[in-house]
Design a protein around this ligand. Sequence first.
Ligand SMILES: *Cc1c(COP(=O)(O)O)cnc(C)c1O
Length: 480
Amino acid sequence: MLYLSTRGHADRKRFCEILLEGLAPDGGLYLPERYPQVDAASLQRLRGVFNEGKPGGYAALAFEILSLYIDDIPAAHLRAICERTYTEAVFGNPAIVPLKQLDDGFYLEALSNGPTLAFKDMAMQLLGQLFEYELGRRGEELNILGATSGDTGSAAEHAMKGKRGVRVFMLSPHGRMSPFQQAQMFSLTDPNIHNIAVEGVFDDCQDIVKAVSNDLDFKRRHKIGTVNSINWARLLAQVVYYFAGYFQATGSDSERVSFTVPSGNFGNVCAGHVARQMGLPIHRLVVATNENDVLDEFFRTGVYRVRGSADTHETSSPSMDISKASNFERFVFDLVGRDPARCKALFADALPREGRFDLSGDAVFADASAHYGFLSGRSTHADRLATIRDVDRRFAVVIDTHTADGVKVAREHFEPGVPMVVLETALPIKFAETIVEALGHEPERPAAYAGIEALPKRVKVMAADAAAVKAYIAEHTTAA
Ligand SMILES: *Cc1c(COP(=O)(O)O)cnc(C)c1O
């Protein structure tokens, strides 16, 4: 299996080469040259492998799916990596991603029972194992530098803590994360985890990461890498739970299932697109956004218009507060018939120049829904509150704000006879303030998280200054 760049770079690479890289050299995103196909016989076999989520079933399914895309890790090693990653000890239950039924034919797929209580653990935990394996094999080290406003940084730290060969330097805006989120990150005591609280906002953190990454000499000497959502390995890990959700929602492989996905950077739902392209019988892929509705606008109108930071709203589903969707290029590449010149013209020319592109007049736009199954919708703070209340009252289930956006939009696209699975992307305890606003009481807190706000914190507070951050990194790494 070889990987190509969406912008047409001539190189073709294997999985472990792109594992440690971010973007392709031409600024494009990596995709497999073709999507491996699962026919009826292999789908039936995979259903047996998953075995209704019995202990070990999810890890075995992950191994089968990953094997279709990874041919440069020996099978026995890849299987061991999957078995180490997807355990009941880490994900809290043997099925790893159990379905919860709400209405008839309407389900939540629980993806948020990992260490940081958000779905990003599903991919990041695997990435941690893959990094440790590949760096060990090469005898190399990697220093991950990132900026976070909450979920991503926390998931990355919990996945990389204690891993050999990896250090994490994670910038976050000082005093702007919820006390729960701060506790999740700052209570880690592993020597390879460095929390840096920047006196500024999230954009300042991101600017520093860019400044450091643009210093190519520093980047090379200190082996700086990232774990952002454009990493193909993260996306691949997410493909697995579409299969697991499908098997749980159906009794036979002749049935179709729709998925609704609370979306920000288009990573999660892009994994659904990959699963559907492989032949998994997915009917609809419904993209749910909050007030930051860049993606909903595209799927309704054909116009993709990125927002500036002034037009990016701070909402009560903050992990979906994005101004542009960093994985969207992968889908558009497929939509324009895998024409790299076309994709490059849209993302490397039109978008930087005009801040938008318009496919409304193009015949391919109709394919987004008709051929690729995409639909969309948006949700607001008021919708979120109403949906959280309704689901609590009717089903005695408390959902988080992002999942509420998903449920709201899923209901608008529910078709009788086609099971609808909404991906639960976080647990409500992470966004307690809005739950209190909706329900008048705090959400339940998993026992392991009792009192974490009171744990000692390990964090370095710093001015929003790239030079200071570089000096800190230099002091805590060994330069080549
Ligand atoms: C990251 C995140 C999302 C958005 O996922 P994308 O892959 O960026 O579309 C939605 N909900 C939660 C809770 C998240 O952490």
